[in-house]
Design a protein around this ligand. Structure first.
Ligand code: PGA
Length: 253
């Protein structure tokens, strides 16, 4: 079975004291993760090592960065490289979140470079894609997401695409309380898998974990995750409450 993943995206939230408290609560909460299930916590850069230390020894639980630089190293003030993350033994990074695309001008081409840097450092990418409201209203979301995938991922080798992680996050559902219906999620996830199958074959497409993101919470996780092509979620707001995120983890297939 391909990996089922509950990924928390803390974004730019929490003081250090609050981050410590939330992590302690997460540690104290019991999660039942099977061999094919992962919980990943994408925390702000300054908290990576602290949170990682606290979560040490938890089975199938990992810490992730929310971004990395598209360049290797050098005079890029304020950037954090994949090599630095590797040096801290951070094994996951979110790349291409819609907030990065929208507020920091990250294009499909830049994201392809970031993914290359992550691979060079043996860091697993969680690649985000998803359409804005106007695209959904024009009913052209399938070709929009297809372009995002082609331009950022299709340079990867078959080996690199095997077990890759994609998060489909319709922008109109992020932080709005408006969730895509589980049928809408399934429809897009099946489309994403078919786009990958056309390029890499169905075996590789079936190995890719496709997560849903956008107002996932304890109350809707089970329904969304139950769909055939939905392999878990990337969760913002609800991941800041330990008990809520525990329900989401326990809703994984
Ligand atoms: P949300 O955010 O769960 O708060 O909608 C999801 C995300 O942006 O990853």
């Amino acid at each position: 079975m391909r990996k089922q993943i509950a990924a928390a995206n803390w974004k730019m939230n929490l003081s250090l004291a609050q981050a410590n408290q939330l992590t302690d609560e997460i540690v104290a909460t019991s999660h039942s993760l099977n061999e094919h299930q992962l919980a990943i916590f994408a925390v702000p850069f300054p908290y990576l090592l602290t949170v990682k230390e606290k979560l040490k020894g938890k089975h199938n639980v990992f810490v992730a960065a929310q971004n990395c630089a598209s360049t290797k190293n050098g005079a890029y003030t304020g950037e954090v490289s994949a090599e630095m993350l590797d040096g801290m033994d951070i094994r996951y990074v979110i790349i291409g979140h819609s907030e990065r695309r929208e507020y920091y001008g990250e294009t499909n081409k830049i994201l392809a470079e970031k993914i290359n840097r992550a691979f060079e450092s043996n860091i697993n990418t969680i690649f985000c894609c998803g359409e804005p409201l106007a695209v959904r209203e024009a009913a052209i979301q399938n070709s929009y997401v297809e372009t995002q995938i082609k331009e950022s991922l299709f340079h990867l080798s078959a080996a690199q695409m095997t077990n890759f992680i994609i998060a489909y996050e319709p922008i109109w559902a992020i932080g709005t309380g408006k969730t895509a219906s589980s049928d809408q999620a399934q429809e897009m996830h099946a489309h994403i898998r078919s786009v990958i199958a056309a390029q890499y074959g169905s075996d590789i497409a079936n190995s890719v974990s496709v997560l849903y993101g956008g107002s996932v919470k304890g109350a809707n996780a089970k329904d969304i995750f139950s769909k055939q092509d939905v392999d878990g979620g990337l969760v913002g707001g609800a991941s800041l409450v330990a008990a809520e995120f525990a329900i989401i983890i326990n809703s994984l297939k």
